[in-house]
Ligand binder design. Structure first.
Ligand SMILES: Cc1ncc(COP(=O)(O)O)c(C=O)c1O
Length: 395
């Protein structure tokens, strides 16, 4: 029986050769390849500045720090995201203010709830572009401008996605990650662009770019590469920094992966079209974002099971039939650490309901159309086997 992985990566001889070249160069940390990758990435996204960092978590941390977020400040963020969107808020002693999702059709943060929860203490909003579909950046940017807060895009799922927005949107055709004050990307091993670990921050704001460039390397005014290249002899520490540097190995991989990205994202889109064609009308599940296709990077393919009691049995059945699945995401506000550090109770009914019903099916550019047809057939078979049980249980 053919087995289907949830995600897979397109890495070949070109990447192997590029990494071998870095090894032979004997310069592995931040250096000229990183500078070149930053330039290429900024161009591809249409951003003025790109700063390579060690992860998206690091990028979010440094973006929040550049926005002046500190002790006692509030940062608005969806709970329906990976915990790494939220942890950096705590690193800075600030408070995450969790907002609801727009709905079961749109798993992005709800601008109406952002408006309800924004206060004089709000310093920033983190907009996560779920599954590859941009959040409503027109409304989020308007709300942010009216309240003078910084918008940080967590574009980990949406690398290469173009925004459509409302008619006449000033962000139309902008790349995800370039509409807010700073955009953060991950190149983690399962992303649309992979370097193993690694990330990038993009911005059009020179002050943010300078702040992040300093802070990624201990706040030092000169890099080790500057010294090795004979361009500097000493350094100052101008601000508090971290070791969040990118490496030459990840930059070499990233440059090749960046070239492959448009075709890889286009392939993901074709596979999502296949999925929709073969799952539409299937009893027991629905597909979020069903009215959008071209404005996504299609990082993952989420479906919602009508009956939350069926979610785990469905995953087990699929696993037994060779289809690996996942859950995106357990809501952050329900994790022990987040519950125990909160004083007041918090309910996010849409988030909690979506999170109880979500199943992620395999999606990566190495799948064939036939693979997707087969995964859909296996999903239908599993649901058919389970649904009478579900109806009986409820009856
Ligand atoms: C939505 C989201 N935010 C943040 C991250 C963190 O990225 P990294 O692992 O590069 O820190 C991820 C990675 O899985 C993610 O999916």
């Amino acid at each position: 029986m053919r087995k289907y992985l949830l995600s897979d990566v397109d890495l070949g001889e070109e990447e192997a050769h590029a990494v071998a070249e870095v090894v032979r160069s004997k310069w592995l940390s931040l250096g000229p390849r990183t500078a070149e990758f930053e330039k290429q990435f900024a161009n591809a996204m249409g951003a003025k500045y790109a700063v390579a960092v060690s992860s998206c978590t690091a990028a979010i941390h440094l973006a929040l720090q550049a926005a002046g977020v500190g002790h006692g400040d509030e940062v608005i963020v969806p709970s329906y995201t990976f915990v790494a969107s939220v942890n950096p808020i705590l690193y800075l002693g600030a408070k995450p203010v969790f907002v609801e999702l727009t709905g079961h059709h749109d798993l992005n943060l709800d601008p109406a709830d952002v408006l309800r929860k924004i206060t004089s203490k709000t310093k920033a909003i983190i907009a996560v572009h779920m599954a590859g579909f941009s959040a409503d950046m027109d409304r989020i940017m308007t709300i942010a401008a009216e309240h003078g807060v910084t918008v940080i895009e967590d574009a980990c799922h949406a690398i290469g996605a173009s925004y459509t927005g409302a008619a006449g949107s000033r962000h139309r055709d902008a790349k995800a990650g370039t509409m807010g004050h700073a955009g953060c990307f991950s190149f983690f091993a399962n992303k649309n662009l992979v370097t193993g670990e690694g990330g990038m921050l993009v911005t059009d704001d020179e002050e943010i770019a300078n702040s992040v460039r300093l802070a990624r390397s201990h706040g030092m005014t000169k890099s080790s590469w500057d010294k090795a290249a004979g361009r500097a002899f000493g350094y100052d520490v101008a601000s508090l920094g971290y070791n969040y540097r990118g490496t030459e190995l990840t930059a070499a991989l990233g440059a090749i992966q960046l070239r492959k990205l448009p075709a890889a994202n286009a392939r993901r889109q074709e596979l999502v079209v296949q999925y929709r064609e073969h799952l539409v009308g299937v009893s027991g599940i629905s597909m979020p974002f069903a009215d959008r296709i071209e404005d996504s990077a299609h990082h993952i393919f989420p479906v919602l099971v009508d009956d939350p009691m069926l979610r785990e049995p469905l995953r087990q059945e699929l696993d037994a039939r060779g289809v690996q699945t996942s859950v995106h995401y357990p809501p952050v506000h329900t994790f022990t650490h987040y519950q125990s550090s909160r004083k007041e109770p918090l309910e996010l009914p849409v988030t909690e309901d979506v999170a109880a019903r979500e199943v992620t099916l395999p999606l990566h550019p190495l799948l064939t159309d036939e693979d997707v047809v087969d995964i859909c057939a296996r999903t239908r078979d599993c649901l058919q086997a389970l649904l009478p049980r579900s109806v009986a249980n409820r009856g």
